[in-house]
Ligand binder design. Structure first.
Ligand code: GCO
Length: 251
């Protein structure tokens, strides 16, 4: 049974993993035996996170919104660290404005970070996974892949698109021994949500709207991430696994 969930000898790249959900997933992968490439735009933050995560964490800063930087980063990983077995497309951001007031630059930045990055990083990694006939791709979606909420239209649009990109990846990669699945977190205590957590009214709404009655803890995403990265999920493809305390199961 343990073999099924064992990531020993595997190399994972987790984008946006110097903090938050990405860092928690990196930590979980290391605990399951993998080496993990820690990525982010801020080289200092990436180096600090890799140092804290230990010898099985390899720092590799590059900007996932820059396709040339992506290709150079992936080439460097495959040459200097090893073949990428697991890709977690996690890098993401949000801003909050009423739909009609949303600044164009902010729309473009959110779409570039949350959506374009998934397409271009996966293109670069999958070109190398396909000839190997194996690979695991995990895309971080959101309950916002299915639900809308006022003031976050670009984030909602990007996460809905990442859900559908996951199914597109499945349609082209599954026959080559590659699985592509999504994880859809509910409301988790992360930097991205700090403002919301500190708003009593909003936080009470999250707890009332979530059957578990509380915010999620980032370590509670590690099990789903390990499952979708290991041999136990070899026949799971195009699936989006909701880790949301039951939020999307109820009205
Ligand atoms: C918000 C939140 C959501 C997050 C939430 C669900 O503004 O409502 O930031 O957009 O995605 O954590 O995943």
């Amino acid at each position: 049974m343990n073999k099924l969930f064992d990531l020993s000898g595997r190399l994972a790249l987790v984008t946006g993993s110097s903090r938050g959900i990405g860092r928690a997933i990196a930590e979980g992968y290391i605990a399951a035996g993998a080496r993990v490439v820690i990525n982010g735009r801020d080289a200092q933050a990436v180096a600090a996170a890799a140092k804290e995560l230990g010898a099985n964490a390899v720092p590799m800063p590059f900007d996932v919104t820059d396709s040339a930087a992506i290709e150079a980063g992936i080439e460097k990983i495959e040459k200097d660290v090893g073949p990428i077995d697991i890709l977690v497309n996690n890098a993401g951001m949000t801003k909050r404005f009423p739909f009609v007031d949303f600044p164009e630059a902010d729309w473009r930045q959110i779409i570039a970070t949350n959506l374009d990055s998934v397409f271009f990083v996966t293109q670069s990694v999958a070109r190398r996974m396909l000839p190997r006939g194996r690979g695991k791709i995990v895309n971080i979606c959101s309950v916002m892949s299915e639900l809308g909420r006022p003031t976050i239209a670009p984030y909602v649009a990007s996460k809905g698109a990442v859900k559908m990109l996951t199914k597109s990846m499945c349609s082209e990669f599954a026959k080559h021994g590659i699985t592509a699945n999504g994880i859809a977190p509910g409301y988790f205590a992360t930097e991205l949500n700090m403002t919301l957590m500190n708003e009593e009214k909003f936080s009470s709404w999250v707890c009332a709207r979530t059957p578990a009655g509380r915010w999620g803890r980032v370590e509670e995403l590690q099990g789903a991430a390990i499952f979708l990265a290991c041999d136990a999920s070899s026949y799971v493809n195009g699936h989006v696994l909701f880790v949301d305390g039951g939020m999307t199961a109820v009205v």
